[in-house]
Ligand binder design. Structure first.
Ligand code: ADP
Ligand code: ASP
Ligand code: MG
Length: 410
């Protein structure tokens, strides 16, 4: 008998028939003697609909109330799934995040899980219930409803699996595993049987939304056995996210390509080139709680520095405000913004032992006439910022150059 946590994303519970299908799948696991905890997302499109609704009543919706509204999507699906389970003869019980007591901090819309009370779940499991938990939501010390950021149901599932020491956490979605890149952009993308935590963490943080980044962090930290599978196929092992030492196969140099459209570049032109200038610019931006991605500084003949960095498009106004408040420290300067940037990254642990990946990437983009505006590297990834209009072309040519397609890459 195994204890399994299964998470079903929005498309997998997108209509009544699919919810009944999830119930059937859960029933098969229970019939095998497994104990099952199910985490569900809202029905597909529902979270977007709720967010749009809040924006129709307020220009800047209050974060506490925003969480009250957007968390309702998952409350609907836990109830519906439990009804479907009972309808086919299973014992089932739904829990909202607050009812489990998934305790989080109070950062509304991007809360972090602090602890999970496993006792009530264990008791219900022992009595033969399937437990159905609302993803994406928790409750803070004061009892306020919080949410965990877009895609947060993945993190709910992994956190529950960690708290209950589950044998496996299965993320059911609309693709049958993690691919070399988003199969919606590159149909030749290849499914990976395994990928290391380290690589998955990079891919998730660089824009591959198949898993929320925090879920991968959690799984790595608490050694949760994590697998991505399709809820639409009965066969298949999906993709296992593994510790590197589990792998005894030869590593490919590049495992995957991630991309992110949501990038904007801010350039501070003509700032004085003096010690501390980078801090005068980036310090206030970081204090405003904005993630800065790549940054470059170049100095012209006149001794003035041009300093560029990228942020998420939604953070541009906040970043400009922070820079405006710090203008006395920065000195004379002009600011330019460009909200049509995108980022493409190649990721692979094999890069450690194979130099030359960067050169190959830059040559390929150059041959296609794609201008690289910024570059950032770590031990196992290389990211470039390019104009958004070249994004899909860049992903396709890099996918080919690094031999990741189905036919040649296996
Ligand atoms: P869910 O609603 O089940 O959480 P998501 O839309 O969050 O599903 O994640 C699944 C989607 O992630 C896929 O449909 C796919 O388009 C996208 N995706 C992006 N990068 C990858 C990748 N490397 N491998 C697989 N899917 C990817
Ligand atoms: N429903 C939430 C979202 O759309 C959480 C999730 O699906 O994981 O972001
Ligand atoms: Mg998701």
């Amino acid at each position: 008998m195994a204890l399994i946590v299964q998470k079903y994303g929005g498309t997998s519970v997108g209509n009544p028939e699919r919810i009944r299908n999830v119930a059937r799948r859960v029933a098969e696991f229970q019939a095998r003697g497994d104990q099952v905890i199910v985490v569900v997302s809202a029905m597909s499109g529902e979270t977007n609909r709720l967010i749009a609704l809040t924006k129709e009543v307020a220009k800047h919706p209050d974060p506490r109330e925003l969480d009250v509204v957007v968390s309702t999507g998952e409350q609907v699906t836990i109830g519906l799934l439990c009804m479907a389970l009972k309808d086919i003869g299973l014992k089932a019980k739904s829990y909202t995040g607050g009812q489990v007591r998934i305790l989080t901090d109070s950062s509304h819309t991007k809360a972090r899980i602090l602890s999970i009370d496993e006792a009530p779940i264990r008791k219900d499991l022992e009595q033969g219930n399937v437990i159905v938990v609302a993803g994406f939501q928790g409750v803070d010390e004061q009892g306020n409803i919080t949410t965990l950021g877009r895609g947060g149901s993945d993190t709910t599932a992994v956190a529950i699996a960690a708290a209950l020491k589950a044998d496996e956490c299965q993320i059911y979605t609309d693709v049958d595993g993690v691919y070399t890149t988003d199969p919606r952009i590159v149909p030749e993308a290849r499914k990976l049987d395994r990928i290391t935590f380290e690589e998955m963490l990079e891919l998730a943080s660089l824009g591959s939304k198949v898993l929320q980044i925090r879920s991968v962090e959690f799984a790595g930290k608490y050694k949760v056995k994590l697998r991505v599978l399709s809820s639409f196929q009965d066969e298949g092992e999906g993709t296992l996210i593994t510790l590197e030492e589990d792998q005894n196969m030869e590593q490919p140099v590049i495992s995957g390509i991630a991309f992110n459209r949501d990038e904007a570049k801010i350039t501070v032109l003509g700032a004085p080139d003096k010690p501390g200038i980078a801090y005068s610019i980036l310090g206030p931006v970081a204090e405003a709680n904005i993630d800065v991605d790549r940054s470059v500084q170049s100095v012209g003949h006149d001794g003035a520095a041009d300093f560029s960095f990228t942020v998420a498009r939604g953070d541009v106004d906040k970043a400009l405000k922070a820079l405006d408040a710090a203008k006395a420290q920065i000195g004379e300067h002009v600011i330019e913004t460009d909200s049509s940037m995108a980022k493409v990254s190649v990721v692979g642990v094999g890069m450690r032992s194979h130099p030359g990946v960067a050169a190959r990437m830059f040559r390929t983009l150059g041959e296609e006439g794609i201008n690289i505006q910024m570059i950032a590297t770590s031990e196992i990834r290389i990211s470039v910022a390019i104009e958004e209009k070249y994004l899909e072309l860049a992903v396709r040519v890099l996918h080919k150059t690094f031999g990741l397609e189905q036919q040649s890459g296996a």
